[in-house]
Design a binder for this molecule. Structure first.
Ligand code: NAP
Length: 339
């Protein structure tokens, strides 16, 4: 089968398509013929060699995809063959075929096409956990989402708006601000504007929760924009650019990585939290499957659909990574793989 195999870390050019042996499902596993793979920012960090949850090289990257179950392993009901599924995985989805544990392949949500199905699991589960399990946002609360036009960001805007929150988004271009507002945000701000946070506080009087995915100054200013009892959930830090071979980048990373001082938190009675979907799936598979059922019900009730931005062919994975890294993307970027 055709797959991208990550043999060494580096720039987007290391993503080369190769012929590799098609895997077969073992006990408790299913084999899925892939239609679309969703690209996640974590795969860019893994490609660079700076992502803690990445497997050991060589491996096929790709944490999610949509497709059809072609084969089941021992102990898995044969009736699953032919089922349209959404797959969540640690790796393996930039390929024509992937083998995962039975539980990692869930039926495609009613009404979703294969593109939407490959855009759902990572972004919406991450946003659901951050909003409702960590920040525990409620109806009428003011919620700020940073990197709001991205994959997780667009999911978070939709979920928070449908939950009755007053949602604000931040992103890096006028087109992205328009997208954020079209998804239900009450306001959108460009963090390339030095007055961005001043304008946010002037418009809102301060926010009750922030889902923060940028790091550096954006994290620091998010803390300042919080109301009493406010919560920041650090879900990522896309602006950090750690290069293992450049000591000056170690210094910048040390400076920009989000951290909090207990004294400062106490003065305003605010909190900083963090969550990571991968570690949660490793440690709490039962709870995560319960959370998935809640999320699925909410999405069906509110008719929420993922924002698909652009589709590249598998052979163009390099271009797809470049597109996201250059901050041109909004919503989800996919690789088209199957028929
Ligand atoms: N904790 C978890 O479990 C979890 C799960 C999934 C993702 N994440 C994290 O959540 C964040 C968003 O992930 P995603 O997959 O949805 O990606 P994405 O938001 O679609 O793409 C990343 C976005 O980050 C923003 N950004 C800000 N500064 C940047 C910089 N210096 N270089 C590149 N991009 C920059 C860009 O938007 P603007 O140009 O609008 O700023 C860019 O579009 C990432 O930090 C990711 O690691 C965490």
């Amino acid at each position: 089968m055709k797959a991208i195999v990550l043999r060494k870390n580096g720039g987007p050019g290391v993503l080369q398509t190769q012929e590799v042996k098609k895997p077969r499902p073992g006990k408790g596993e299913v084999g899925v013929s892939v239609r679309f793979a969703g690209i996640n920012y974590a795969e860019i960090l893994s490609r660079k060699g700076i992502y803690g949850w990445a497997p050991k090289k060589p491996y096929i990257p790709g944490m999610e995809c949509s497709g059809v179950i072609e084969e089941t392993g021992e102990g898995v009901c044969r009736s699953r063959v032919g089922e349209r599924v959404m797959v969540g995985a640690k790796y393996g989805c930039y390929a024509e075929y992937v083998v995962v544990p039975d539980n990692n392949a869930v039926p495609v949500i009613d009404g979703f096409g294969y593109e939407e199905a490959a855009s759902f699991l990572v972004n919406y589960m991450t946003a659901w956990v951050a909003l409702f399990k960590m920040a525990r946002v409620g109806r009428g609360e003011k919620v700020l989402i940073t990197a709001a036009a991205g994959g997780v960001g667009t999911a978070a805007i939709q979920l928070a708006a449908h939950a009755g929150c007053e949602v604000y988004g931040m992103a890096g271009s006028p087109q992205k601000l328009e997208l954020i507002k079209s998804l239900g945000a009450a306001g959108a701000f460009n963090y390339r504007d030095p007055d961005c946070f001043k304008n946010l506080v002037a418009a809102t009087g301060g926010v009750d929760a922030v889902i923060e995915m940028v790091g550096g100054d954006v994290f620091k200013k998010s803390m300042v924009s919080l109301n009493t009892f406010g919560r920041v959930v650090v879900t990522g830090f896309a602006s950090l650019d750690l290069n293992k071979w450049s000591p000056s980048s170690w210094l910048r990373t040390w400076r920009d990585i989000p951290r909090a001082d207990i004294g400062e938190l106490a003065r305003k009675s605010i909190s900083v939290m963090s969550s990571h979907l991968g570690y949660l799936l490793d440690s709490e598979p039962g709870k995560m499957s319960q959370l998935y059922d809640e999320l699925r019900g909410f999405v069906l009730e509110h008719g929420i659909r993922p924002v698909v931005n652009r589709v590249f062919d598998l052979e163009e994975a390099r271009l797809a990574h470049e597109y996201i890294e250059s901050r041109q993307s909004s919503g989800k970027v996919l690789l088209k793989i199957g028929r």
